[in-house]
Structures are given as C-alpha cells and as structure tokens.
Design a protein around this ligand. Structure first.
Ligand SMILES: Nc1ncnc2c1ncn2[C@@H]1O[C@H](COP(=O)(O)OP(=O)(O)OP(=O)(O)O)[C@@H](O)[C@H]1O
Length: 259
C-alpha cells in the first residue's frame, strides 16, 4: 500500500471514485496535499489526472469517497460556504480558458468582479499587480487572448488564477505547448510564486523538467489508482512498471542525467 497520509493536509482525498456511465475512471484513491508544497501529478494519458483535478474543484461529481479542502468536507457545504472555499483557490486550465472577448486586464479583473464588490480603480490596480507578478509587460494588459503567444496566455491565465490571492492553485499541464525555454521560464515562475507567496501548487504535468525543477513531491496515477506518491528519488526507485519506464526509459535518461 502506498502511504498517503500526512499531518494537517490542505486537501485530503479519501477513497475517491469518479466515473462516467458504466465506467469508473478513478477507482478509489487516497491522497493528501500538504500546505506549501508543489505536488506534481503524473500518469499515462487517459489515466484520470484531469478528471481528478476537476473532481477536486467540484466540477465533476464523485461517486464515492470524501474530499476535504482546508479541513472541511466540500460535499456537505452550503452554497455560501462553497463559494468561500472557491475563493481560496485558483485554477489554470489546459488551454488557459481565457475569455476571448475580454482583454488581459479584464480577464484578470473578472474573478474580483464575480466575488467582491471592489471599486473599479482598486480592482484595476490589483489586476495590474498580478499581471506584473507573472512577468507580463504593462502593454500586454490591453491585448485580447487571440493576440497573445502561448506563453503569454499561460501567464495571463495564471494572473487570473492568482486574482483572489488563493492559498492553492491547480495547474493542468501548464507547460504543454510551450517551447523548452518558455516552459523553463514558466517553471521558474511557479517556483518563485511558491516561495514568495507560500502557495500550495497542485500540478498535472507530463513535463519531466518541471518535475525535477519545481515539484516537492510527485503522485503517479494509473488505472484509476494511486501508483506511488513521494519525492522524485522515491518514485525513481519504484518498481511499478509504468514508473520504471517513465523514469528509466531513454527519454527520461536524457532529462534526468542533467540534474
Ligand atoms: N466528460 C467525460 N465523459 C466521459 N468520459 C470522460 C469525460 N471526461 C474524461 N473522460 C474519460 O476519463 C478518462 C480520463 O481522462 P483524463 O482527461 O482525466 O485523462 P488524463 O490522465 O488527464 O490524460 P491526458 O494526460 O491525456 O490529459 C479518459 O478515458 C476520458 O475519456
């Protein structure tokens, strides 16, 4: 059995089951996310990484199990309490999911408009601060998503995810589609945000460099179960066949031997 328990987790998943139709994609796994860590989630394509993420943030119903966020069971909460919890996390979806008819500034302002009654001027100031924080130039605030490069879209989406000063951010393959330099810069950004803001980061990724550079721990999902969770060294030492292939195959050797 994989040891999944941890004292004082920020998210605690127990025996989670998520499925569609007559099939369960996630078949009962337990995992804790620790405060202040960057937890990387890996696993074969289609193993349920995105499904798990969506279940964690309440976008998909679970069939069984519990999910506690900040020590509270999300399922049993009133709508009001849920909204309060949702304010404490930010999400970066795979394609960025920016609103195409809004500028970068308006996109970053959006969560503040939804959740708080903040005067427009202050809202703009906060949004500009977040845009600066993710390394976008002030000129980019008036651009529309269609005018942005892939790397800029990810940064703008990250600025929006940070709009409400979350305790935790969920990132779904943040470096996918970026060139290696753009990906490395994004990794540095995640690391600096973790250090500067004390953020907890839950990051689904296929990117070996991200795992090595930014993750404190890694959880591997396969066939709807948790295969392993631990440090990079611990996962590298696993004898699970998929992990052996992942960490000791030719592609992995190339990435890992430089570290
Ligand atoms: N809304 C849905 N309805 C039915 N099946 C779904 C739905 N969403 C996901 N699935 C199925 O759940 C399984 C897991 O999908 P998921 O997107 O979580 O995989 P993943 O591990 O994130 O893969 P990848 O690394 O390719 O992004 C897949 O077989 C997918 O077809």
């Amino acid at each position: 059995m994989v040891d999944t328990t941890t004292p004082d987790p920020i998210i605690s998943i127990r025996d989670l089951v998520v499925g569609f139709g007559d099939r369960n994609v996630i078949e009962g796994f337990s995992l804790d996310v620790r405060k202040g860590e960057v937890l990387g989630i890996i696993g074969p394509s289609g193993s349920g990484k995105s499904v798990t993420l969506r279940a964690l943030i309440g976008l998909l119903p679970k069939r069984a199990g519990t999910i506690e966020v900040f020590g509270q069971d999300y399922a049993g909460m009133s709508v009001r309490d849920r909204v309060a919890v949702e304010r404490r996390w930010g999400v970066l979806f795979q394609q960025g999911a920016l609103f195409s008819s809004l500028t970068v500034l308006e996109n970053v302002e959006f969560p503040m408009r939804e959740h708080f009654d903040i005067p427009r001027k202050l809202r703009r100031e906060i949004a500009r601060f977040k845009i600066d924080l993710v390394g976008l130039s002030p000129e980019s605030e008036n651009l529309y998503p269609a005018e942005l490069s892939g790397g800029m879209i990810k940064r703008a989406a990250l600025a929006r995810a940070l709009a409400l000063d979350p305790d935790i951010i969920f990132l779904d393959e943040p470096t996918a589609g970026l060139d290696p330099i753009g990906a490395a810069r994004f990794d540095e950004l995640v690391l600096s945000l973790k250090t500067a803001l004390g953020l907890t980061v839950y990051m689904v990724t296929h990117d070996l460099d991200s795992l090595v550079t930014v993750c404190d721990r890694i959880a591997a999902i396969g066939q709807g179960k948790l295969l392993e969770v631990g440090t990079l060294a611990e996962l590298q030492a696993s004898d699970d066949p998929w992990l052996v292939d992942y960490f000791h195959g030719p592609r992995a050797k190339h990435h890992l031997e430089h570290h």
